[in-house]
Design a protein around this ligand. Structure first.
Ligand code: FES
Ligand SMILES: [Fe+2]
Length: 466
């Protein structure tokens, strides 16, 4: 996996981001000194309100990356909401300033009304929480929205027309079902592009690392997937199974660094396998009139105009109804990525009832994905010629490893970036390991059998699905 840690002093080129998926890491955005301390203070204030002054002092002393040591996982969603409400106007203005000062955008450009505060505890800490308190609807949001609607009646008209419009075709979105027993604070984002979620085409994401971002919990970008046709799964809104992904790039960000990227590039976030809390926030600017995939189950139609934000008129809101602002990506399309390093074989029997494949199917450097009637397996031949075989669905939330990028040491899960060793199925997270099949090669065929207890990594088998 490649690591991106390049920062730049050149001014980011907005059109290159949109047309060619160029991405930039700014060491400091122009307005960093003005805004970054305010953001940190909002977190400390939230910790104080929700967990007491002692916790706030401890977080201030140890840093936000140590939040999980002093703040309960159950209240993480409440803290995110506290910070969002405290900072929303500040962050609209900050986004405008990045658009103007760092990206050099001329008026008018637009800042998305949606702001996301992202706090991710280390996975094994987050998993211990049995539940997560969810914030209720915000009265402050309601009042702000009512003022915006009074100023701009098109907001009300659009809401009324959406209420009577036919249901969107894509209505089976159900992230809770997809994530199974994972509570919200323990989840990360699977591979996706933002227009699948109803975001605008040709936007620029501002992904601001506040603290605790490391290569073991960061954003993963798939630059070589940009502009290629991809299907998404209606339930999760993540990349649908059966599509090979390109080499993942982990973005290594220090506190305060800002990643600018085109969210039509496939991207995800990693399971947090670090010992730090990852604290980040994201906003979005669009250099042109926002346009949408009207087939998405919802669309983000409310935007702040740069001229209003320049004058700090935060209650002024523009609405771009998706039905009347349909679009398509403006960048060139490329062919689908060839799955040249994964051979897929389907056999009409169960594991152990016949051969899995021919020995000659296992070509050096390539993996083989086999569908049995009762299991899915992933096979690999080591440099020494030994064949390894594992269950193929990632034990995290069941994404198919056959679609993942691999090298001679590991296969990368295209879900949330866990890496599994070819040698023993262990991953970079102690909670997850692939179950091994026992393997026999005879007469030019490869046979698999379910490994008996005590064989190879069977100790971890209770944790393994698939
Ligand atoms: S890392 Fe999440 S499904 Fe594999
Ligand atoms: Fe995204």
């Amino acid at each position: 996996m490649a690591t991106i840690s390049r920062t730049t002093n050149e001014r980011p080129n907005a059109e290159a981001i949109i047309a060619r998926a160029a991405y930039y890491i700014l060491d400091r955005c122009s307005s960093h000194a003005e805004f970054y301390p305010m953001v940190c203070e909002a977190f400390y204030d939230g910790v104080g309100s929700l967990a007491g002054r002692e916790a706030a002092n401890a977080v201030r002393r140890d840093g936000l990356a140590m939040l999980h040591k002093h703040f309960p996982t159950e209240k993480v969603l409440l803290l995110e909401e506290h910070v969002r409400l405290a900072l929303k106007e500040t962050l609209y203005h900050w986004s405008y300033r990045v658009g103007k000062e760092d990206l050099g955008l001329p008026h008018p450009f637009y800042v998305d009304h949606l702001i996301v505060i992202r706090i991710h505890f280390p996975y094994q800490v987050a998993m211990k929480a049995k539940m997560a308190e969810r914030p209720g609807a915000s009265r402050a949001d309601f009042v702000d929205h009512a003022i915006s609607a009074l100023r701009n009646p098109r907001i009300v008209l659009n809401q009324a027309s959406r209420a009577i419009r036919r249901p969107r075709s894509n209505s089976s979105y159900d992230p809770d079902q997809f994530h199974g027993s994972l509570t919200k604070p323990a989840r990360s984002h699977g591979a996706h592009i933002d227009t699948w979620y109803g975001h605008s085409f040709d936007g620029i994401n501002l992904w601001w690392s506040i603290d605790g971002v490391t290569v073991d919990n960061t954003v993963i970008l798939y630059p070589d997937m940009f502009g290629r046709p991809m299907e998404y799964d209606n339930k999760s809104m993540y990349l649908a199974s059966g599509q090979q992904v390109s080499e993942p790039h982990q973005v290594d960000l220090k506190p305060g660094q800002l990643l600018l990227f085109n969210p039509e590039m496939l991207h995800s976030t990693q399971v947090n396998v670090s010992d730090k809390t990852r604290v980040a926030l994201t906003t979005r600017v669009n250099p042109h009139t926002p346009r949408f995939n009207d087939e998405a189950p919802f669309n983000f139609e409310h935007w702040h105009n740069s001229s209003d934000l320049e004058r700090r008129r935060f209650k002024a809101l523009d609405v771009f109804p998706a039905g009347r602002n349909r679009g398509a990506p403006s960048h060139d399309q490329r062919p689908k990525l060839a799955a040249h390093k994964t051979k897929r074989i389907s056999v009409g029997h169960a594991v152990g009832d016949g051969p899995a494949c021919l020995s000659s199917d296992l070509v050096a450097g390539s993996k083989v994905a086999i569908d049995f009637l009762d299991a899915k397996a992933l096979l690999w031949r080591t440099a020494a010629g030994e064949v390894k075989a594992y269950t193929r669905l990632c034990p995290h939330v069941g994404v198919d490893l056959a679609d993942g990028w691999h090298d001679g040491d590991v296969v990368h899960c295209p879900g949330h970036g866990l890496r599994f060793s070819w040698l023993d199925g262990a991953s970079n997270c102690a909670s997850f390991r692939l179950r091994a099949f026992s393997v026999e090669e005879r007469d030019g065929n490869v046979f698999l059998a379910r490994a008996a207890a005590g064989v190879d990594n069977a100790k971890a088998s209770e944790m393994v699905k698939g």
